[in-house]
Ligand binder design. Sequence first.
Ligand SMILES: NC(=O)c1ccc[n+]([C@@H]2O[C@H](COP(=O)([O-])OP(=O)(O)OC[C@H]3O[C@@H](n4cnc5c(N)ncnc54)[C@H](O)[C@@H]3O)[C@@H](O)[C@H]2O)c1
Length: 281
Amino acid sequence: MIKTVGVVGAGTMGNGIAQVFAQSGFSVTLVDVAQPMLDRARASIEKSLGKFVEKGKLADADRDATMARVSTATSVDQLGEADYVVEAIVEDASAKCALFASLDAVVRPGVILASNTSSISITLLGAATRRPDKVLGMHFMNPVPLMTLVETIRGQATSAESMSIASDLCVTLGKTPVEAADYPGFIANRILMPMINEAIFALMEGVGTADAIDMVMTLGMNHPMGPLKLADFIGLDVCLAILNVLHDGLGDPKYRACPLLRRMVAAGQLGRKSGQGFYSY
Ligand SMILES: NC(=O)c1ccc[n+]([C@@H]2O[C@H](COP(=O)([O-])OP(=O)(O)OC[C@H]3O[C@@H](n4cnc5c(N)ncnc54)[C@H](O)[C@@H]3O)[C@@H](O)[C@H]2O)c1
């Protein structure tokens, strides 16, 4: 029976993931190496729950009860009691492998370790543990409280039982799971990132302004958000990391990250979270 969930990484995704678990009645321990990120995450969760209250979709008492179910910690050593863990740290294979090795040492042997990775091999993360049958991908979409899809990813050694537990858990959270195989970028980013990258090339080559490119895709293709605005929302560092995984893993030059994207990331222009990307925030 899953009661307590550990969420590791309290950035854009980690705080959303912590929120949806807490809203569904799970006790959540949110872990980050940086205390300021934990403080920000609590504030973001409170703000997001406040919006649900304003819209009349959540009672004041449920907001307070949800907040009370979220505790924070600065070390994974606090996850000894966890019944399920979701990792949402930086999109970096070596950082994730190191974390999965430490989680494996701390978290009880039967517990599933899920990764929210956008593109990194689940098989690789599983191989960093002694429980590869219990390592899987649980790829939430941003913003987590609003988006219903969760892409679930089965690594080479992931058991059918683990996949079934993850899938049931998605349904408990009010989400719809869709299973993808363990190839770079899975389904979502294999398709989304080349489009975002192409939009950045179009901007770099002066085919159109950022507004023009986004407007063509919103008004012309009925996308709810243009690709450049979406890239800002995802984080330009995250987009670059995913494109690098696609390029390395699939070997096709069509996945080569646009030089403008590289330059912006090098300059610290990471999109909404840094205040500057293709737009100013
Ligand atoms: N941003 C998106 O739209 C999006 C969507 C789906 C999936 N993802 C994936 O989710 C993951 C997190 O992305 P994000 O956008 O939330 O990143 P982010 O940069 O906003 O947050 C990452 C957090 O991880 C923390 N961290 C780094 N190393 C850590 C460690 N060893 N232990 C604990 N905490 C650590 C950082 O302090 C930071 O708070 C990535 O794998 C990313 O690919 C992102």
